[in-house]
Write a protein that binds this ligand. Structure first.
Ligand SMILES: *[C@@H]1O[C@H](CO)[C@@H](O)[C@H](O)[C@H]1NC(C)=O
Ligand SMILES: *[C@@H]1O[C@H](CO)[C@@H](O)[C@H](O)[C@H]1NC(C)=O
Ligand SMILES: *[C@@H]1O[C@H](CO)[C@@H](O)[C@H](O)[C@H]1NC(C)=O
Ligand SMILES: *[C@@H]1O[C@H](CO)[C@@H](O)[C@H](O)[C@H]1NC(C)=O
Length: 372
């Protein structure tokens, strides 16, 4: 199954040797651009990106950007249009065309979930996920929320969303319920609302991201992966019959992206889901049949501290099957460290060339469909 996917992806690429090592015809400059496609950058404070990031974008070394509340304001639409045009004039498109016969705009994203968790305050979804799921018809309310998210994002020149949350909360005021980020406490409600959100937003041309796989809904209020390590001692049966159910429904509806959680689930592995071959390659892609793009949660998260420094966890994530790596520390240098780590790992064969190519191809297949 896996081998067949890899071969299928190569029939579309030029006749590159497929193996563990980078073929000698791939120049350092090409590899830097190909690796850059995997990195989502961020920057501090301002609406307009700093010169450092603009320069990297003009060099084609940026795969995408994530904006936070402090980056969004009246000038956002213009700033993002300008960044897209900087990227368009970069050498990236020619490199992607040469290797993959496809290309696409920068991936520009944010967290537009609903209620308090939305970075574009002038646009929807205005209801929280909890209010959406609690409405008389959660699917209809999910559709409205997805349409509102798409409109808000398009209005400011974003072309993707790191929403919806598929976590099924367990206790009032627990980690996911505290800011009302969960649609509900049953798989049925969450599947109905989230799947409708995904369909509506994607029908409007904005890819959706289901998070946080395989589910963070059982985390207590204190269990925050941004702050420190989190272990969720669920049985594999509970994960598969409760937490993963909305993924089955979302994947069947054509879900574009999945963001795994940084919690450790001992039911299957002793490293965080997003660093785990068992969770990403075997469970998500193998068992659940997801063929889209995976994007990590924040690489600076406290949950990753026991698993190595930034270059180490970036490479571990790539080896687990993660396509996009989220350098969300509002720090351009962080993105550069991640990109350099990926280049070095691909050159050394630690990340196998054939896996890197398959992953790059998934990213470009998505990006070829983006607004921009
Ligand atoms: C955006 O513009 C509106 C109306 O022009 C103004 O009221 C608001 O303060 C501005 N917001 C920011 C963040 O500059
Ligand atoms: C979900 O929440 C409702 C209302 O608080 C409660 O009655 C129900 O037992 C909960 N269901 C589960 C599966 O926890
Ligand atoms: C989960 O299990 C681990 C190891 O068995 C244990 O150290 C930890 O305290 C448990 N956590 C919870 C929240 O039960
Ligand atoms: C930015 O990221 C780099 C690389 O991880 C780190 O060395 C540096 O301390 C960070 N700067 C800030 C202001 O956080």
């Amino acid at each position: 199954m896996h081998g067949r996917l890899l071969r299928a992806s190569f029939t579309l690429a030029l006749a590159l040797p497929i193996g563990a090592k980078v073929p000698s015809c791939v120049t350092d400059n090409d590899l830097a651009i190909l690796a850059g496609a995997h990195v989502i950058y961020s920057w501090p404070q301002t609406v307009s990106p700093p010169d450092e990031l603009v320069d990297l974008t003009r060099d084609g070394l940026v795969g995408g950007v994530i904006l936070f509340g402090e980056n969004v304001g009246n000038g956002t639409a213009d700033a993002l249009a300008s960044l897209q045009s900087d990227y368009e004039s970069s050498p990236a498109a020619a490199v992607f065309q040469r290797y993959f016969r496809t290309s696409g705009p920068l991936f520009i994203t944010t967290d537009q979930e609903g209620g308090q968790v939305r970075r574009i305050k002038t646009g929807g979804p205005f209801l929280t996920a909890k209010q959406t799921g609690a409405s008389p018809d959660p699917a209809a309310a999910g559709t409205t929320a997805g349409e509102e998210a798409a409109a808000a994002l398009q209005g400011d020149n974003f072309n993707s969303n790191l929403a919806p949350v598929l976590d099924i909360f367990r206790q009032a005021k627990d980690f996911t319920d505290y800011f009302q980020r969960s649609y509900g406490n049953t798989s049925t409600i969450v599947s109905a609302a989230a799947t409708a959100f995904i369909k509506a937003q994607q029908a409007a041309g904005i890819p959706a991201t289901a998070k946080h796989f395989p589910g963070l809904g059982s985390a207590t209020h204190q269990q925050d992966t941004d702050a420190g390590p989190v272990t969720l001692n669920l049985t594999l049966e509970e994960i598969r019959t409760v937490d993963e159910v909305p993924y089955t429904s979302a994947i069947a509806a054509g879900l574009d992206l999945v963001m795994p959680s940084w919690a450790v689930y001992p039911a299957l592995d002793d490293v965080p889901s997003g660093l785990s071959v068992k969770w990403i390659t075997e469970e998500l892609r193998g068992r659940l049949g997801f063929t889209g793009v995976t994007i990590t949660d924040a690489l600076e998260a406290g949950a990753l501290t026991p698993f190595g420094d930034l270059p180490t966890v970036s490479v571990s994530a790539a080896k687990a099957g993660m396509d996009m790596l989220l350098a969300s520390q509002r720090n351009v240098t962080q993105g550069e460290v991640v990109r350099s780590a990926l280049v070095a790992a691909v050159r050394s064969g630690d990340v196998e060339w054939k896996d890197f190519v398959a992953s790059t191809k998934r990213i470009l297949a998505l990006r070829s469909r983006l607004y921009g």
